[in-house]
Design a protein around this ligand. Structure first.
Ligand code: ASC
Length: 148
């Protein structure tokens, strides 16, 4: 093996999801990517919200499908907050407090995973509680890290 460091680097980049930000050629691409995932996530989360608020009838399969979309997308935007990608609706505090921001992102992923579990159960009362908790986890980061 002539270039063990290069080989190790390539292997590491395949194994460490945090290195995925390398796939955005330009800052603008990272901003668009994260904004798009939040838009789609918010759309499907709001569809569940309409049911929770009683504005739409409760269709258990639809809620479960929406919760699955949200839970799956919730893993994606974070890779697009790499170093030097400040901008869009994101406040610069994100990059100054990356550990805190990351903790908030993990809390949100956990909350929407729980919403997904509740949605699969088909119990509307459980869904309502999990939806409320997930909404709080969205709001916490919006309050601290998103431009108004
Ligand atoms: C939504 C949505 C959000 C959250 C947040 C909760 O329906 O799109 O971002 O709820 O507003 O406070």
């Amino acid at each position: 093996m002539k270039q063990p460091i290069l080989v190790a680097g390539v292997l590491l980049s395949l194994l460490v999801p945090g290195m995925a930000h390398a796939q955005f050629a330009k800052t603008e691409d990272a901003i668009k990517y994260r904004a798009a995932t939040f838009v789609v996530m918010g759309n499907h989360f709001s569809r569940i919200g309409a049911v929770v608020k009683g504005e739409k009838p409760f269709d258990k399969n639809e809620v479960a499908a929406n919760a699955a979309v949200v839970a799956s997308l919730a893993h994606l935007p974070w890779q697009a907050f790499g170093p030097g990608t400040e901008g869009g609706k994101s406040l610069p505090e994100i990059w100054k407090e990356m550990d805190k921001f990351k903790a908030g992102s993990e809390k949100m992923q956990k909350a929407v995973a729980e919403l997904n579990t509740a949605a699969k159960s088909g119990n509307l009362e459980t869904i309502k509680i999990a939806f409320g908790e997930a909404g709080k986890s969205c709001k916490a980061c919006h309050d601290n890290y998103r431009k108004k």
